[in-house]
Design a protein around this ligand. Sequence first.
Ligand code: PHE
Length: 354
Amino acid sequence: MKGKIKMNLKERLEEIKQKGLEEIRHAQDVKTINDVRVNLLGKKGSITEVLRGMRDLSAEERPKVGSFANTIRDELTQAIAQKNEELEALKLAKRLESETLDVTLPASPVATGTPHVLVQVIDEIEKLFLGMGFQVVDGPEIEEDHYNFEMLNLPPDHPARDMQDTFYITNQLLMRTQTSPVQARTMEVHDFSKGPLKMISPGKVYRRDTDDATHSHQFHQVEGLVIDKNITMGDLKGTLELIAKTVFGQNREIRLRPSYFPFTEPSVEVDVSCFKCGGTGCSVCKGTGWIEVLGAGMVHPNVLKMAGVDPEIYGGFAFGLGPDRFAMLKYGVDDIREFYLNDVRFLQQFSQKG
Ligand code: PHE
């Protein structure tokens, strides 16, 4: 009887071992192998169960079966540990594969905008003047009548006020019609003992115009002003020529025609030789070979006086140009409203990304 039990236990252990090894071999993941371990070696596992049955063995047989059981337990424990290691390694390999990041792959494109074409024109002009030591000055768009007109030699009821139809907010406040008020504001505070005043001021201006292909109630200007001793019209002409060549091409020439602005004397209107036909006459220059691009002149003594600058010592020139008009001419845009509709298809044509 006892021998039979011993046989049975040994067979049973052998059987458990074979079955166990089989299960271990087939285990596909860490969870399964853990289940196998619990079923074999856990508190309620089959080996434990067999060991419990050893109570019924004789004192002589107990150690033999016991040591056999231990061997099998060790074998299974080792097989489980090995398989577990394999599966863990496999799991890690899979994870590495699925989470691998190829840093050499090209990034997905990010849609970015491009500076507005008017900003591009203004930037170009700013760059030119910064290079010549000018300062770039900002001014308010809601302006006082005092600076927009009076300080520019346009007292109330001056007929030249009609040249610029104005959006008034109150009697004294308006949407600035030009960037020239920034001249007056800057002259007033400039310390001439520290050197000449050289400034440009780009910005938005407003006029009560009905919008059409060549008029917009809001457009842009870049004001320029130089005040120093011994400034002549030659300095003005040289500066204007530089602007024309920078924006419209190195072969451009300019010509000055007499004109009138209340804040400059003499005043000139400036034409640039047609960049399309080179001066022979075409549709862009309306057959004249010249295109009017800006207004300018020598600063009126009254304007200097009002800003506290002595016209007997100091003088200078000023100009006002329109980036909208520049961009229309340069790129053949025939409707100023295009700049303000913000249709991306239009704006993307001026992408600087090449
Ligand atoms: N402010 C003038 C205008 O808007 C242009 C200008 C500026 C003319 C400076 C002369 C000097 O028409």
